[in-house]
Write a protein that binds this ligand. Structure first.
Ligand SMILES: Cc1cc2nc3c(=O)[nH]c(=O)nc-3n(C[C@H](O)[C@H](O)[C@H](O)COP(=O)(O)O)c2cc1C
Length: 324
């Protein structure tokens, strides 16, 4: 056991309401995030927030009680600040600003703004000054746009008094998700630039050992985990030393829950199966044993067959564990 805190990362197109419901029920996370909500020169509507964030119906928590933070993405300080107020008036307890998204489709926002520290400062300052201090504000960045030498200037720009924490994905925008580009050690010298604002480490923290290694290099004890939540559905508990990694049968059981939770929404059968395939697709990145099953599962187009395949595979896994 340790005193680590573990957050489930915002994952657009991946960790939406139903998927958060499944991941948080297993994960042992201290906090989760909405997918980014885009804010243009118009403030976000209540309708959009209520549609994208089912947790609003549950005091901004997932069903298991994991608190949810609303993430906003945009470049307009005023509409971002007003949108943050709307999100909190609806029931959010905290807001996160996304300056880490590398997508070209987000235009002048997300990680694109890492090139403009003055604008970053203006956004964070305006949102912090507009939002009642009782609501926490956090900021998510990468180490830089082109080069990690940009990190100190970016961190200084967003270290506005009253910001609760800064999450740093330890790659630059240019690095995208390249494994070899990940650099946890770049966080360490940044602590002294934040004026006491906590830094949350992010990027490839997928196991207990990786969290320990990351702590040594970063001096952080708060970690944000994204893609690792799929191969290790109980990743938060694993990182805190409270549970062992799930056996494969429990990962497959979690895929059944993905089907059940999405089936209970208005999604089509195809979408339900697509989301189960997406879950297993991410899971098999670190669970290569799943690959042959995943290939069979991908051929399956209806829920009844999908559940049958999963149940058969779970029986096989449990049998093989007994035989060992
Ligand atoms: C499919 C996908 C969607 C993502 N969506 C968001 C998002 O909405 N907001 C955000 O700040 N970061 C987003 N990210 C970045 C993650 O939050 C996280 O910083 C990144 O995946 C690195 O962490 P990991 O190695 O634990 O996955 C996304 C990443 C992926 C792979």
């Amino acid at each position: 056991m340790n005193n680590y805190k573990v957050y489930l990362a915002p994952l657009e197109g991946l960790a939406d309401g139903p998927m958060r419901k499944v991941l948080c029920a297993h994960g042992g996370y201290d906090l989760c995030f909405s997918e980014f909500i885009r804010v243009t020169d118009l403030v976000v509507s209540e309708k959009t927030l209520l549609r994208e964030i089912p947790e609003y119906q549950n005091d901004c928590k997932t069903d298991d009680g994991t608190p949810l933070r609303v993430q906003l993405l945009g470049d307009n300080p005023k509409t971002l600040a007003q949108s943050a107020v709307i999100a909190c008036n609806l029931g959010a307890k905290s807001i996160d600003l996304n300056f880490g998204c590398p997508s070209r489709f987000v235009h002048h926002s997300g990680a694109m703004l890492l090139k403009e520290p003055e604008l970053l400062h203006e956004i964070v300052d305006t949102v912090r000054q507009t939002l009642d201090p009782k609501y926490a504000l956090s900021v998510k960045i990468r180490l830089g746009f082109l080069d990690k030498s940009e990190a100190p200037q970016i961190v200084k720009a967003i270290s506005v008094p009253g910001v609760e924490e800064i999450t740093i994905h330890c790659r630059t925008r240019k690095d995208l998700y390249k494994t070899e580009a990940l650099d946890w050690s770049a966080i360490r010298p940044l602590h002294e630039l934040t004026g006491g604002i906590r830094i949350v480490a992010n990027g490839n923290i997928n196991s207990y050992q990786e969290a320990c290694d990351c702590e040594k290099l970063t001096l952080c004890d708060h970690f944000m985990c994204g893609r690792g939540a799929f191969p290790e559905p109980n990743l938060g508990y694993v990182i805190k030393g409270e549970q062992q990694s799930y056996p494969l049968s429990k990962v497959l059981q979690t895929a059944i829950e993905v089907i059940e939770v999405f089936s209970a929404t208005t999604r089509t059968e195809k979408t339900v199966m697509d989301r189960a395939k997406q879950f297993l697709g991410y899971a098999r990145v670190h669970r290569s044993e799943l690959t042959p099953f995943f290939k069979d599962f991908c051929r399956c187009t209806n829920v009844a067959d999908g559940l049958k395949l999963l149940e058969n595979q779970i029986s096989k896994e449990e049998l093989s564990v007994h035989e060992i």
